[in-house]
Design a protein around this ligand. Structure first.
Ligand SMILES: Nc1ccn([C@@H]2O[C@H](COP(=O)(O)OP(=O)(O)OP(=O)(O)O)[C@@H](O)[C@H]2O)c(=O)n1
Ligand SMILES: C[C@](O)(CO)[C@H](O)COP(=O)(O)O
Length: 262
């Protein structure tokens, strides 16, 4: 029987939380990661989920440049992680596209990280189990892993206002984050593309272009992306239902400072 490859130590996992987007579709006029949901910023919810997953040795939050509110959020999370022997948490400025922001995050991660998870701050309520599923699949040998859910609607390919075709729904999946990669594969893939390319909407696309197999694992409905005002209302309702506001709410001064900027 072939010998199973043994890792001498658990691979070091780094998480990039991309939070530098402007949130045009949400329309709050401030970066989306700073928008409050259940009294806390979307970035705080996302960082909590990463911490609760327990997968990371290092976390880099990619922020809009010159954002004191989000910089303070990261500083608080870093302090709490230090006190609780959690991951090292840092921040870096993002870029004009998601690809550019991921690239900035990659350059800020420690070079000895072996697995990288790239996560949207906008998927603020992603259950910690999704992070673990993705990290375990990469640890198991897959170079690229994405969480997916089935598509509920019939999807049409439309050209110039007319339906061209209807793809078979049984083969369609909606893609979530965190997306996980062997660090070396992700670094190589990013080295080969233009950061400004607007057609690249996720990191798995870079792997697909290189012919690297992308494995799927189960996503979770709660890993939905807060994109529109309706999504934010759903996220507020989820937080209210699960009743986790108490004890995790910010102090009045923290809450005021986030509100004041809206
Ligand atoms: N230049 C960018 C663009 C996006 N993102 C991040 O990528 C994730 C997915 O992007 P999306 O939800 O589309 O965010 P926005 O780009 O902010 O949204 P919109 O397109 O409505 O402006 C988000 O967590 C967002 O902060 C980023 O870090 N840097
Ligand atoms: C990465 C992503 O969340 C996977 O669904 C998505 O592609 C981000 O796209 P967006 O256009 O930046 O929202």
């Amino acid at each position: 029987m072939p010998e199973k490859k043994q890792h001498p130590h658990p691979p070091a996992v780094g998480v990039i939380v991309v939070a530098a987007g402007s949130g045009q579709r949400l329309g709050h006029g401030i970066p989306k990661a700073r928008v409050l949901c259940g009294g806390r910023t979307l970035l705080e919810h996302a960082l909590d989920a990463v911490a609760a997953s327990g997968v990371a040795v290092a976390v880099v939050a990619v922020l809009p440049p010159d954002d004191p509110v989000l910089t303070a959020v990261v500083a608080r999370a870093a302090g709490a992680a230090r006190d609780g022997a959690g991951p090292v948490i840092s921040r870096v400025d993002g870029g004009a596209t998601r690809v550019a922001s991921v690239r900035a995050g990659l350059s800020a991660l420690p070079s000895d990280v072996e697995i990288v998870l790239v996560h949207d701050a906008a998927r603020a309520l992603t259950p910690p189990a999704v992070f673990r599923r993705v990290a375990e699949a990469v640890h198991g040998g897959a170079p690229a892993v994405i969480p997916v859910v089935a598509v509920a609607d019939t999807i049409k390919i439309v050209r110039s206002g007319t339906v061209e075709s209807t793809p078979d729904r049984s083969g369609l999946r909606a893609v979530q984050t965190p997306q996980g990669f062997a660090a070396s594969a992700l670094r190589s893939a990013h080295a080969g593309v233009a950061a400004a390319n607007p057609g690249i909407t996720d990191d798995a696309m870079l792997m697909e272009a290189l012919g690297v197999p992308v494995q799927v694992v189960d996503g979770d409905p709660l890993a939905f992306k807060v994109t529109t005002p309706l999504d934010l209302a759903v996220a507020e309702a989820v937080i209210a239902l699960r009743g986790d506001g108490a004890g995790t709410r910010p102090t009045p001064s923290q809450s005021r400072s986030a509100h004041d900027t809206e």
